[in-house]
Design a protein around this ligand. Structure first.
Ligand SMILES: Cc1cc2nc3c(=O)[nH]c(=O)nc-3n(C[C@H](O)[C@H](O)[C@H](O)COP(=O)(O)OP(=O)(O)OC[C@H]3O[C@@H](n4cnc5c(N)ncnc54)[C@H](O)[C@@H]3O)c2cc1C
Length: 417
């Protein structure tokens, strides 16, 4: 079982090096040696005792994470998080993601973490008390309900779900799907097209995010949409049928929903890319370990040039993906406009991740697609990432638009920034 080799990086701050080191210590000493036992509840074959042991291990690791001040890196200290800045959080993610599924042991569970970030930024004091704090304390679960089956998720302006103002209430009607965590959620943040006779005219017809408790009459969970060959999942299809919630459930000002979604997704895309790099790192270590140990056709795999090519190509993919993502994080941290860089990594990194995992699967042969290794799950995750958070094509269009705008202004691109 490979360990993650995390040494100090001379060009970054002592604090980031310390965060990486502390994260790697927990990953290497507490998570990797116990990975199978920690996640015994998955797969449906574990005994009650094994499931209970897994729960104990997870609680023990969470306490260690808290003691190391690494808990909930996306949240400010006053909300129980570790209050990391953007760059610190990004660097931490590549280390924790080396262990598949470890984010939840560090207090980051999508979509709850994204909803927490939005509630911290847009929530009123009352909303924070009622929804944010129970979410942080693990007493509630949540979902983010934006995508619709009948309209293109990659063009959020096409969303048809409406919220009409009726006295002190919003009345919501619409059809959503792929609302992750839908069955477990206690509430949803629903993206709606708002129609408010008292609202500012220029903001009506635009998007507003509204908090909807799941037990509100009219919230109908139709099904968990099966994905990747499974018949069921927690990515839910939901019909909102004349759902009434108080206007105080609105997040931010009327018409601010699109901006709130960008706030959520922009940072999230960078963190997902750093996670992908941690996963690639793991896949690479597993691949090299196998190439060095497997005898095939009269020699170790490492003596075959096809296999040497795999090592070189994956090395290049990981380095390129990592440096691009760190660059995007630095642009965000410096306060410059990161949109082009975020779109670039959103395209490049999942595709590189897919290639790196694909090579590792090939090297491991049948074992590569088995449940004995984390590679098959990584492969599905990498492929899915090319669609979720905006598909590749949309990000290519955005990159070209930003670059052409600059050149049309008589400027050119500065690759140094
Ligand atoms: C596992 C998973 C979990 C998800 N969780 C959530 C969630 O919690 N909440 C939520 O709201 N959504 C969620 N989604 C939905 C996801 O955000 C959408 O699938 C995504 O935004 C794409 O929208 P769409 O599926 O409607 O595809 P469409 O918008 O129909 O696009 C289909 C394809 O058309 C092509 N395309 C699109 N635009 C262009 C263009 N301008 N030019 C050329 N080609 C184009 C692309 O290849 C694209 O993949 C999840 C999806 C998955 C797979």
């Amino acid at each position: 079982m490979p360990r993650m080799n995390v040494q100090p990086i001379p060009t970054i701050s002592d604090r980031i090096n310390e965060i990486r080191h502390k994260t790697a210590t927990i990953v290497n000493e507490d998570i990797l040696p116990n990975e199978r036992a920690i996640w015994a509840m998955r797969g449906g074959r574990a005994s009650e005792a094994e499931i209970a042991h897994g729960r104990e291990l997870r609680e023990d690791i969470k306490h260690k994470v808290q003691a190391a001040s690494l808990w909930a890196p996306h949240l400010p200290v006053e909300y129980g998080g570790s209050g990391l800045n953007f760059l610190e959080h990004a660097y931490m993610n590549e280390v924790l993601a080396y262990a598949s599924g470890a984010a939840s042991l560090f207090g980051v569970v999508a979509p709850n973490s994204g909803n927490q970030t939005i509630l911290v930024k847009y929530g009123t004091e009352e909303q924070k008390k009622k929804w944010l704090m129970p979410l942080i304390e693990g007493k509630m679960e949540s979902g983010f309900s934006m995508t619709e089956p009948d309209n293109a998720g990659s063009d959020p302006r096409s969303i048809k779900t409406t919220a009409k103002r009726d006295g002190d209430e919003w009345v919501i009607n619409g059809h959503k799907w792929f609302t992750s965590n839908g069955k477990r959620a206690d509430f949803f943040i629903v993206m709606c097209r708002t129609d408010d006779p008292d609202g500012p005219a220029e903001r009506n017809g635009k998007m507003t995010q509204i908090i909807v408790p799941k037990d509100t009459p009219g919230v109908n969970i139709v099904r968990g949409v099966g994905i990747w060959g499974a018949h069921d999942s927690d990515h839910c299809e939901i019909i909102y049928d004349n759902v009434r919630v108080p206007v105080t459930n609105q997040l931010g000002s009327t018409g601010s929903g699109h901006q709130a979604a960008q706030d959520r997704l922009g940072a999230g895309r960078v963190f997902h890319c750093m996670n992908s790099i941690g996963q690639m790192w793991r896949a690479f270590d597993l691949m090299v370990e196998r190439i060095m140990s497997r005898d095939v056709h009269g020699g170790k795999l490492e003596t075959k040039q096809f296999m040497q090519g795999f090592i070189a190509e994956s090395y290049i993919d990981i380095q390129a993906a990592r440096l691009m993502t760190i660059h995007a994080s630095e642009v965000i941290e410096s306060g410059m406009d990161p949109r082009t860089d975020i779109s670039a990594i959103k395209i490049f990194v999942p595709a590189a991740y897919e290639r790196v995992v694909d090579r590792a699967i090939q090297v491991w042969g049948a074992a590569g697609v088995s449940e004995d290794l984390p590679l098959a799950g990584m492969y599905q995750g990498a492929r899915t990432l090319r669609i979720a958070d905006g598909p590749d094509e949309v990000h290519k269009i955005l990159i070209a638009k930003n670059i052409l705008t600059k050149y049309h202004r008589g400027e050119s691109w500065d690759f140094g920034n």
